[in-house]
Design a protein around this ligand. Structure first.
Ligand SMILES: Cc1ncc(COP(=O)(O)O)c(C=O)c1O
Length: 402
């Protein structure tokens, strides 16, 4: 490089929209939680020791031998037809009927969130979210400059009467909803509330983006069909293999009316042409072998045990007065509401000193001044003995703060 060439001031070149993409103090803080000696309830990671590595290895070798040339080639944006077929079967099991043309494989449901933002959000549009909501959805939508409105939840998720007040007042373009084993709150909407939400979408001429990574991870209670089972017309459904197989696949899907899929396909072409052909072939084969169902049986029993242990340990070590926590029947997370005077961001700093970590709840609100007395705990990723010890450490800290 010649010495007279200087670096540009990159800030002056960044697009306007990058001002909406904020780095979060919490993400910075959470870096400390990755030290090996920290017991972390912060991530949303599946248990890596349970990944079905042998089955994936065997299927990969067989596929490469038989179909290597095709699975390493470019493919159609609309998806590898055999995968779309398997996803359609999988959706049918959950009570949602959709044709292969109404399915678009994506690079994880995170990409689905971005694509949905890309095709629907104009700068200044109003979007409805639950409070709290999934942090990654806010990050995906933020690049498109929306305004957020929302309503609080109870132990059964969104409360239709409260949602209606917001819809009436703000007429949002769409509602972003995590119906089952909510991230971060762990709560699930019962059937009557799901039906009511569809009615509201119809009444206020809006639609629902249903994000559903967790519903197959049910440890107890009866299965409840996704909202998409009650309306295909006003619901765009997002699914993913991340929690039922492995997040490293980066494979998810969208179920939507054909008109919407066509627009999503165009948007996706500009982003990545198509989802990894290799991964689509592999997932299609694993689904055809019913691997997901057998794998689910295995992980659900471990996660159930870990959730029970976390709840039992919380009963034992957490203070009770002014505290409330959700008792999820599945998924990966539970949510703690603490007395107002406890600030969970400050609490995390102290927790990290005590080698235990969680995510402060305000990270899950569009306005980070909300939810400061809340936190999210993950129960899937830490081994049993670490769950007990981590909750004991957190309990000690909370007793000092409460
Ligand atoms: C509610 C929700 N939506 C989407 C995602 C993203 O998942 P994926 O790995 O499919 O991109 C997650 C991941 O934790 C999530 O909790």
């Amino acid at each position: 490089m010649s010495s007279h060439i200087t670096s540009p001031t990159w800030d002056t070149f960044f697009a306007e929209r990058t001002k909406w993409i904020k780095s979060s103090i919490i993400r910075e803080l959470l870096k400390f939680t990755q030290q090996p000696e920290v017991i972390s309830f912060a991530g949303g990671l599946p248990a890596p020791e349970l990944f079905p590595i042998e089955a994936i290895k065997k299927a990969s070798v067989e596929l490469l031998e038989k179909e290597g040339q095709k699975m390493l080639q470019y493919g159609p944006t609309e998806g590898y037809p055999l995968l779309n077929e398997q996803i359609s079967i999988y959706m049918k099991k959950m009570g949602v009927s959709c044709s292969v043309q109404e399915i678009l494989p994506t690079s994880g449901s995170q990409q689905a969130l971005d694509l949905v933002g890309k095709i629907f959000i104009n700068e200044g549009d109003t979007i409805f979210v639950s409070k709290p909501t999934y942090l990654g959805a806010l990050q995906a939508f933020n690049s498109y400059g929306p305004k957020y409105v929302g309503s609080l939840m109870d132990d059964d998720g969104l409360i239709p009467e409260e949602v209606e007040k917001v819809l009436m007042l703000h007429k949002p373009k769409f509602m972003y909803v995590i119906s089952t084993f909510h991230n971060p709150a762990g709560v699930t909407m019962p059937e009557d509330r799901r039906k009511k939400l569809v009615e509201l979408a119809e009444k206020y001429d809006t639609f629902i983006i249903e994000d559903d990574p967790y519903s197959r991870l049910r440890f107890e209670g009866n299965e409840i069909p996704p909202i998409a089972a009650y309306s295909r017309e006003r619901v765009i459904y997002l699914g993913t293999f991340s929690k039922v197989l492995a997040p490293g696949f980066r494979l998810g899907w969208i179920v939507a009316p054909k008109e919407v899929i066509a627009k999503l396909v165009q948007a996706k072409q500009g982003t990545d042409l198509h989802t990894s052909t290799y991964v689509q072939y592999l997932a299609a084969k694993l689904c055809a072998q019913d691997l997901i169902e057998t794998h689910l049986d295995k992980i659900k029993s471990v996660y159930r045990q870990r959730r029970n242990l976390m709840l039992d340990s919380m009963d034992k070590y957490f203070p009770k007065v002014g505290f409330h926590w959700t008792k999820p029947q599945g998924g990966l997370f539970l949510w703690v509401i603490m007395p107002e005077k406890i600030d969970s961001v400050k609490l995390l700093e102290k927790a990290v000193e005590n080698k235990v970590a969680f995510v402060p709840g305000n990270a899950f609100y569009p306005d980070p001044d909300e939810g400061r007395n809340t936190m999210r705990l993950n129960f899937s990723n830490m081994k049993e003995e670490l769950i007990v010890e981590g909750i004991r450490r957190l309990g000690e800290l909370l007793k000092r703060e409460a």
